[in-house]
Design a binder for this molecule. Structure first.
Ligand code: NAP
Length: 307
């Protein structure tokens, strides 16, 4: 059955697009991806989503988005898109050998955590190295952990980790944070947290059998190295957009984000729209992602009406 709209991805952007296109009677098919609900499902308290004055847990918020979209007829499937072809109409989307066709496409594949790129980091991922404090913090009860980064994520995760860890050290490559003041204040007022400024991790020491026991830190000015003992390392150094599917098909900016026309969510292919973190490296908030998901739905609806 040819679809009117296929939505690829199911974070705040994709599920808002699903809600709006469902309410426009377009019966959207949402191919949710490997992480249904997106990045908010690996976060804890969301305190800045309007309408929840007491805050809400990320997974619960995304479940509400999903329930609301399904209530109006969106079909959400736990399927990961493996290939697309936007050369001819209807557009084609594959999940393994299964092919789906659609008159319009909304891309909301979001972004994923960045890593330092060390071999030891790759090897020890899940054995003392993590990119998700919410998922793995629990395993570091009464242990010492390091968190890498100087943005809001690093501040948020450092605070969260103090619920479990006995000591949290933030390793930052510069001498000031880029995080917002309120988040920095919380970190600075937390007795369990200290900061190692002007430093980068050059190596993570440990084994799959015994986990992490230390890192090698390099001072960014003197280039001197020291060994710092720790039981775990959490990465919070930002995200990269999930755009592998669209290489050589859609236009990207220099940072790898999909380019959309100013004031719209249109990509370089008519009928294909992009919303949320996959096309936004500036705001990257749940509420802005949801807003752009709504824009994509309206853009797709207008396109379908006119064609
Ligand atoms: P971010 O703001 O891009 O910060 C990334 C941090 O990691 C920066 O401090 C950066 O250092 C550092 N970094 C990047 N690459 C590195 C590398 N290879 N080695 C060492 N350090 C590296 O990312 P984010 O903290 O994930 O935040 C993303 C967006 O989400 C922001 O807009 C943020 O405000 C928002 N956010 C909001 C909340 C909240 O309000 N509750 C929570 C989390 C995130 P430099 O500073 O030197 O570049």
């Amino acid at each position: 059955m040819n679809r009117k709209v296929i939505i690829i991805g199911s974070g705040p952007a994709g599920l808002t697009a699903a809600l709006y296109t469902a309410r426009a009677n377009l019966n959207p098919l949402v191919l949710e991806g490997n992480q249904p609900g997106g990045q908010l499902t690996i976060t804890t308290d969301v305190e800045n989503y309007p309408g929840f004055p007491e805050g809400i847990m990320g997974p619960e918020l995304m479940e509400k988005f999903r329930t609301q979209a399904i209530r109006f007829g969106a079909e959400c499937h736990f399927k990961h898109v493996t290939k697309v072809d936007f050369n001819a109409r209807p557009f084609k989307v594959w999940v393994g050998d299964d092919m789906f066709t659609s008159d319009s496409i909304i891309i909301s594949t979001g972004a994923s955590a960045k890593m330092l790129g060390l071999e030891s980091e790759k090897e020890l991922m899940g054995y003392g190295v993590s990119a998700c404090a919410t998922c793995d913090g629990f395993f570091f009860k009464d242990k010492k952990v390091l968190i890498v980064g100087g943005g809001d994520s690093a501040m948020e995760e450092a605070n969260y980790l103090t619920k479990f860890a006995s000591e949290v050290k933030i390793v930052h490559r510069r001498d000031e944070f880029r995080a917002s003041k309120i988040m920095i204040d919380r970190v600075m007022n937390n007795d369990k947290i200290s900061v190692i400024w002007n430093s980068s991790i050059k190596e993570i020491l440990g084994s799959k059998e015994k986990g992490v026991h230390a890192v090698i830190l390099e001072d960014s000015q003197s280039k001197n190295t020291i060994e710092e003992n720790c039981d775990g390392v959490f990465m919070a150094i930002g995200h990269k957009p999930n755009t592998d599917l669209f290489v050589d098909i859609l236009d990207f900016d220099s940072a790898g984000y999909l380019i959309t026309t100013k004031g719209s969510t249109a990509t370089n292919i008519e009928g294909v729209y992009a919303c949320g973190d996959v096309q936004d490296h500036v705001y990257r908030q749940a509420v802005t992602a949801a807003g752009s998901g709504c824009m994509s739905a309206i853009d797709a609806e207008r396109y379908l009406e006119n064609n």
